[in-house]
Design a protein around this ligand. Structure first.
Ligand code: ZN
Ligand code: ZN
Length: 277
């Protein structure tokens, strides 16, 4: 996780052959700096994959695309929503896919599925490469049965723990409608809600969870970690690793699985994607 929180989100998913930026919601400067800490230059990126069009997921992309010719992978509605921004001008390389489809970027297979959130067509991902499977859900009001089904194969899960319910209720800075939006079925998962989702996945393959997208003033890493840890302990599952990503620095790098180190033969057809937004 290059950085995660209500002020900006970006993550790097990589194999020996492929490097994908998931969202670009940090300043371009920070994205470049933090990639460097992972030993990756922006020129090595194979593309940026977008969950949705909110500013905390796309704000660095315009400058990043001005400097580097990065393909942007997203669904047509998200591209359309970004069309009025300067990003449409800057980025000439859009690769559009329909929500619900599965495609490959080099040796990483990306499964996409819709999530309930107040954006035009927000999505979550499951990534497969070699023995590794990674689930990625941030920005969603609740978890549907379909999402749980999609996540059953994952061993590592990135999930948002946006807010502590009590801190949000007692918050004096946010007007009531904003609080209602956050708590709504198209808002964000609380610590307790995320813990419930992780519990549902315990009978499946889950081995590691990475908490993210924490609200700056209605949550703390300690609260999120404690809530999820307590719920796992209650289920007798102290074997599941729990980490919390933060806003201002990169997280630990997680080794999710092994891929074939040999040369990669691209078999993937670019024709799958519509190019223009
Ligand atoms: Zn967000
Ligand atoms: Zn959002």
């Amino acid at each position: 996780m290059l950085g995660s929180g209500s002020a900006g989100n970006s993550a790097l998913v990589a194999t020996d052959h492929c490097r994908i930026l998931v969202d670009g919601g940090l300043s371009a400067r920070q994205v470049v700096l933090r990639l460097e800490q992972c030993g990756v230059t922006p020129n090595q990126l194979d593309g940026v994959l977008l969950t949705h069009e909110h500013g905390d997921h796309v704000c660095g992309l315009e400058i990043l695309c001005r400097k580097f010719d990065l393909p942007i992978y997203c669904n047509p509605l998200t591209a359309e929503a970004l069309r009025s921004s300067d990003l449409a001008e800057r980025c000439r390389n859009w690769r559009l896919f329909a929500t619900g489809t599965e495609f490959s970027i080099c040796d990483i297979t990306v499964q996409t599925f819709p999530v309930p959130h107040d954006a035009v067509d927000p999505i979550g991902f499951v990534f497969h490469a070699g023995s590794g499977t990674l689930g990625f859900i941030t920005d969603l009001g609740y978890v549907t049965k379909m999402i749980v089904e999609r996540l059953r194969t994952v061993r590592t899960l990135v999930i948002e723990t946006n807010h502590d319910e009590k801190l949000l209720q007692n918050d004096t800075h946010r007007p009531w409608p904003v609080k209602q939006r956050i708590q709504s079925r198209h808002g964000h998962l609380s610590n307790t809600a995320a813990a419930g989702v992780i519990e549902e996945l315990l009978p499946a393959n889950i081995e590691r969870v990475v908490l993210g997208h924490l609200s700056r003033d209605c949550n703390t890493p300690a609260l999120a970690l404690t809530t999820v840890r307590a719920s796992l302990e209650k289920c007798g599952r102290t074997d599941v690793e729990i980490h919390c990503a933060t806003q201002f620095e990169i997280s630990t790098q997680f080794r999710i699985g092994d891929t074939d180190p040999g040369a990669f033969q691209p078999t993937f057809e670019n024709a799958f994607f519509q190019r223009a937004p």
